[in-house]
Write a protein that binds this ligand. Sequence first.
Ligand code: ADP
Ligand code: MG
Length: 397
Amino acid sequence: MKKTVRDLTDDQLRGKRALVRADFNVPLDENCNITDDTRIRAAIPTLKFLLEKGARPIVLSHLGRPKGKPTAKYSLQPVADRLEKLVGVPVNFVETTDTDEAMKASHDLPQGEILLLENTRFLGGEETNDERLSRSLAELGDLFVNDAFGAAHRAHASTAGICEHLRPAVAGLLMERELDYLGRALSSPRHPFVAILGGSKISGKIDVIEALLPKVDALLIGGAMACTFYRAMGLETGKSLVEEDRVDMARELLDKAGTRIILPHDAMVAPGIDSPQSARAVAKDEIGVGDAMLDIGPKTAESYARAIASAKTVLWNGPMGVFETPPFDRGTRTIADAMAAATGNGATTIVGGGDSAAAVAQAGLSEKMSHVSTGGGASLEFLEGKPLPGVEALDDK
Ligand code: ADP
Ligand code: MG
């Protein structure tokens, strides 16, 4: 178990410069307007906690992929403005990160205010976990708080390297919550434990399937990855998205899993994504050569919903279909509704994955899940059982 901000004494916090690594990697439109501020909101409990304890939060984050040099469209300035509105205290923004100016601002920061520094990925050493950068970032704080679960699977200077030079190094409240929900699902889930996996590619999720299989009572498959399994079973998949080079692996998984992997028994098909008006439901062995499977079928959606209703723990990663284009959002929508209802009946429901979280938000059901993870790649790696460098580097309890 890792230490969290709640394990620190008042003396370790009062007046101290708390260097917080947050994940403010928010989606932006062409004019650099923030289109979804979920990740900013998610960091607020930690920031408020620190402010209440009299600590002075100095926040680091990355945004986008600026490749080690300042890039105007990836500036954190819009995040500073949004954070100030959301948190209700002054947010000072300095347009540099590891400079004398940033250092001075960290020392001058009054209690009750927040300082946000510029994008860590404007610095060449960030993604290489450079020792010198880690050391100079460490000087910006008296203690380190990692709340960036979404970046914890990367060993970068501001997530991992920095912990070598700055102690205490503890988890923030969001990080704690993420590790708590995902960790309990893996280590001590209440049964029946049902996992639902979908999305576009099986290749990115094979390790998750392998890791979850011994733990779940049922693994329900949807999305395009169902088509790769269909192919492995010798079914016609028409124009569906199939990863040819993973068909053998899918066959091996099916052999190993026995009845625990459950595939859709019907499908919503159309000639293509641009002809939703031709969408129709067919049985899994009725997919034509001109059809693409773009969603699970209505019968499958209903039976998956029943499986969810009878579960005590439900973990979902990956949409059931091309949910961006109705009517291929129906399967995804049915899963989201079933999970929301299950939460109401006392089940623990967890959503991981960027697109799945977006689908749940789009359905207005985020608040009805026990936990919606803010980390796409990080949650997948955690579910695969891989250690997360940004977590490993923190102080043990
Ligand atoms: P997450 O971000 O939740 O982990 P993924 O990134 O793995 O999910 O997959 C999301 C994408 O998968 C969506 O853009 C969706 O359109 C696509 N997808 C789902 N089902 C299909 C399908 N049957 N055919 C093609 N694309 C699909
Ligand atoms: Mg995705």
